[in-house]
Design a protein around this ligand. Sequence first.
Ligand SMILES: [Fe+2]
Ligand SMILES: [Fe+2]
Ligand SMILES: [Fe+2]
Length: 420
Amino acid sequence: MEYISSKNIFLLLRDTLKLIDRRPMNHGSRVGYLLCKMLECKGGYEQYELADFLMLATLHDIGVYKTENINNKLNYEFKDILPHSVYGFLFLRNITPLDDDKSRMILYHRVPFKQIQGAHYDYFQETTLLTLAEAAEIYHFALGNYKFDHNMFRRQEGTFYTTQALDLLETCVREYDVFEHLNDDSYQKEIDAILEYMIFTNEEKKKYMETLMYCIGFKSEAEVVNAVSSLCISQNLAQKLGLGEEDSEKLYYASLIHDIGMLSISRDIIDAARKLTDEEIALMRTHVEREEKILLNRMDPEVVKIATAHHERCDGSGYPKGLREEEMNTEQFILQVADVVTGLSCDRSYRKAFEKDQIIEILNDEMARNKLNKNITKVFIDSYDEIMAQAKDEAKKTLEMYNILGLKYEAVKAKLSGGQ
Ligand SMILES: [Fe+2]
Ligand SMILES: [Fe+2]
Ligand SMILES: [Fe+2]
């Protein structure tokens, strides 16, 4: 797939997570910079390998989006380190293309190196550097101690931190003045330059794009199930309408990401079991612009156009642009129908899911009022049972995946807490 570069996939992933809360990703970026500088000092790494480690370090706290109160950083980084480490590991291992060894860096990122010395995986040394990079960043920023103090970390030399990691960090401070670059944000330029070397295979790109959809699960697993349903419905419609391979592919990627902007909307609004106020509706609607902002100039413009038109309507009454039927294309219409159908066929906090007869009645009404494209809505209604059975099937598989992830989470956590 050439719709997005490897670097932009990573930036999109990072910025999608920032929609939930910026802090873990900002912390991660600074840790990533420190780790890369330490690896550079150590030597022996190709640029693309540095880019990989930069990504991994940026995402090292990804688990907190699921398991933690993000305001309580000192708790998850110092006291109860397992939940976010284990969930982050399992998310990367099962949802992204990262392999077991790389993902283990996240599992062990807050563990004293003495405890993982016997663990057999490829990136033990890099993990010990990540552990120190992270701790140094926390002491430097979170605790407001803007002056770097080597001695404080040397006190845990040979127990928590390796001599090699401590030496490398000291060299980085001496030769590159790394904390100064963090203080004045100039590190971001360096990060940007390293990311140019990021290389994913097409298979990996596809998997990372799917990861974007799974990020919705950090807020609500039920919403991932809905996203999977709309994806299935839109692909099915594309096939029935005889869309070409390229158009179907664009629609596929647009369907995956069409609601990632919802991550910026607070749960109070999404879960409100009441009618939303005008102000809340306006806020909810900003999800499309929020996602457009992070997609533009990164993703193929055609894909962005499809994704961001999922709330537009043929009579011009939709949002955010109020586009009219003649300004839109088949892929956009398909995603609109898929999104409406998915919304109607799932439970909401304020109502139960609609039954088939009700859904068809609503769709007929939407066609009559010139909201949804008639041709595509008719194709959907004609194949309702077949399309919805497949969508249900896909939804079921997603729920099963989450169940397994939940079971693994408990099992790995129990194993590690027993071993400590
Ligand atoms: Fe961290
Ligand atoms: Fe952490
Ligand atoms: Fe939406």
